[in-house]
Design a protein around this ligand. Structure first.
Ligand SMILES: Cc1cc2nc3c(=O)[nH]c(=O)nc-3n(C[C@H](O)[C@H](O)[C@H](O)COP(=O)(O)OP(=O)(O)OC[C@H]3O[C@@H](n4cnc5c(N)ncnc54)[C@H](O)[C@@H]3O)c2cc1C
Length: 469
């Protein structure tokens, strides 16, 4: 007997697929190391099947079956994660939520949208646009990623300065626990009813439950954007300008501060002659803040740059997807023995220069072409996004060097008081660093939550915390 038959029996026809192409396409996400392994001809672990549920109740049935049969389940939204969170296991089924893509309701009075969690960002934006709204959550991977994936991996969009990050937008959600029970957390603007269970699912990476529905806070679309561009003397001087702007409560929609290396890549096309670049966009009705920001940057010693920098950035804000695909995908545009990745860390302003120096030095000791930008500022701190290229004599050597590089950089990050992930989650890549991140008691607390909610350890085993379950 086929062990999948009982599952087929409880789901609509076609919901369980063992089609080799469909299965192979869901072995990995966009984690650089998995892409490298695939490129060098390794066959990655294949799941036994892909399941396409259409409702929360169907997800519940799948998990009941998985619990009874001891089958690991890997939830999958768009599969655009970069930390290996959606990587399949050999004996697993992948629970692909892409058919759960309906907009269930738009409440224009409350500016709230209720969706099935598998909906992708571009489809959601199109539905909101028809009603004169936007979510304002624009990760570079907007068209590749889903609402459930955003919540499960703690995502941040490029306009986080103006619209907030994903947890600022989640009003309510439904999640299915490992034993099939459905938790429904009603949509409210805030609640003091104990520790916020909505937040428990933010960053849970499919290990605590499957998010099937969510209600999110939408915004009125920003009006015309006025750009300010400046040339701080150095990256650290630029950090001070951004900090001051945030603490003076200027309200940018977008802020990007690039070091010289990253600026050369981002603005080379418009003839950037070198040095760091700061761009900030202010949307109507907050565009008057643009003049304030310009004055502030000048008073702190930054030279002016043309607004074209801001407009150029905006026009190319989704380009990273193609660039990354060309380098790490089939084309391998930089040749073999090369792996390119990003590391997004964060710290309080008071630790940020040290974090920048420490992580930068650790990466440079193992990698080439290390660039950095600051792209998610808050009142008390910000995130730094490093890009780097690791080269080895061949793909195997590059993979080993890549893991060494991450280990060094993670240690440097924690030594400087930072967090090793601001918005890409943990997955397989950063699970080894979780004890340094949370401390032993913190990690044990997280493990205790995991084993209370998923005692059989069927939900995305090995991700987020190693040995959990
Ligand atoms: C080129 C590129 C650019 C990117 N830019 C950004 C960016 O600007 N900002 C940003 O935040 N991220 C960015 N990312 C990373 C990625 O897009 C995000 O992590 C995104 O949130 C993942 O969503 P997804 O639907 O693709 O999730 P997946 O990759 O499918 O899954 C991510 C994790 O969440 C779990 N999961 C997925 N759906 C559910 C669910 N419904 N319930 C429970 N668990 C679930 C998975 O098991 C996995 O652990 C980028 C990625 C690429 C490749």
């Amino acid at each position: 007997v086929d062990p999948l038959d009982p599952l087929r029996a409880i789901l609509p026809e076609g919901a369980v697929s063992t089609h080799p192409g469909e299965v192979a396409a869901r072995t990995r996400d966009w984690w650089a190391l998995a892409m490298l392994r695939e490129a060098r001809g390794e066959i990655l672990d294949r799941p036994v099947a892909v399941v396409f549920p259409q409702t929360t109740e169907e997800v519940s049935s799948v998990l009941v079956w998985a619990q009874e049969t001891g089958t690991p389940v890997v939830p999958r939204g768009g599969g655009s994660g970069v930390s290996g969170g959606a990587q399949a296991h050999r004996r697993s089924v992948v629970l692909d939520l892409s058919e759960m893509r309906d907009v269930l309701a738009i409440d224009t009075e409350s500016q709230a949208v209720e969706v099935q969690a598998g909906i992708r960002g571009d489809r959601l934006e199109a539905a909101l646009e028809e009603r004169g709204l936007t979510l304002g959550h624009y990760p570079q991977s907007l068209a590749l990623s889903s609402v459930g994936g955003w919540i499960a991996s703690g995502s941040a969009g490029q306009a986080s300065a103006g619209h907030g990050v994903i947890e600022d937008l989640v009003l309510g959600l439904a999640a299915v626990l490992a034993d099939g029970r459905i938790v429904r957390l009603r949509a409210v603007p805030r609640s003091a009813a104990g520790p916020d269970l909505r937040r428990l699912f933010v960053g849970s990476e499919g290990t605590l439950g499957v998010i099937t529905e969510a209600t999110l806070s939408a915004s009125r679309p920003p009006g015309a954007v006025r750009w300010v561009a400046a040339a701080p003397a150095g990256f650290v001087e630029g950090i001070a300008v951004v900090r001051e702007a945030m603490q003076q409560e200027l309200r940018p929609l977008v802020v990007r501060l690039y070091d010289g290396a990253d600026a050369a890549l981002t603005f080379g096309e418009i003839g950037h002659a070198g040095g760091p670049v700061l761009v900030a966009g202010f949307a109507e009705p907050r565009d008057a803040d643009a003049s304030e920001a310009r004055r502030l940057a000048a008073s702190m010693g930054a030279g002016q740059r043309s607004e074209e920098y801001g407009m150029h950035w905006w026009g190319h804000r989704f380009d990273a997807v193609d660039v990354y695909r060309r380098i790490m995908g089939r084309d391998r545009s930089l040749g073999s023995g090369v792996v390119v990745d990003t590391m997004e860390v964060a710290a309080l302003w008071g630790r940020l220069p040290e974090l920048h120096a420490a992580v930068g030095a650790a990466l440079r000791s193992q990698a080439e072409a290390v660039g950095c930008h600051l792209s998610h500022p808050y009142r008390s701190g910000a995130s730094l996004f490093f890009t780097f290229l690791v080269r080895g004599a061949d793909d195997r050597a590059a993979g080993d060097a890549y893991l060494r590089c991450w280990q060094r950089a993670a240690r440097a990050c924690h030594g400087a008081g930072g967090t090793v992930t601001h918005h890409h989650g943990v997955g397989l890549l950063k699970a080894p660093f979780m004890e340094d991140e949370l401390g032993r008691p913190g990690l044990e607390a997280l493990r205790a939550v995991k084993s209370a909610l998923d005692p059989a350890g069927i939900l995305n085993p090995g991700k987020l915390v190693r040995g959990g379950g």
